[in-house]
Design a protein around this ligand. Structure first.
Ligand SMILES: [Zn+2]
Length: 58
């Protein structure tokens, strides 16, 4: 199961499985509109590659 949290205050609203869900946070009143399938968070960059953008020399 997947925890459902408020997108604003991060309060846990419940848990379960859903395809689409509208749920109003009782704490801050934000209407959270949730969709089930999130895109996978796989970074296309190789982790071993040195980041040249951070040119900090210590
Ligand atoms: Zn909230």
């Amino acid at each position: 199961m997947e925890a459902i949290r408020c997108g604003k205050c991060n309060r846990k609203l419940g848990e379960g499985e859903y395809t689409r869900l509208n749920i109003k946070c009782p704490r801050c009143g934000t209407l959270n509109q949730l969709k089930a399938i999130e895109p996978p968070k796989c970074a296309p960059r190789a982790p071993n590659t040195q980041e040249a953008s951070h040119g900090t020399n210590l």
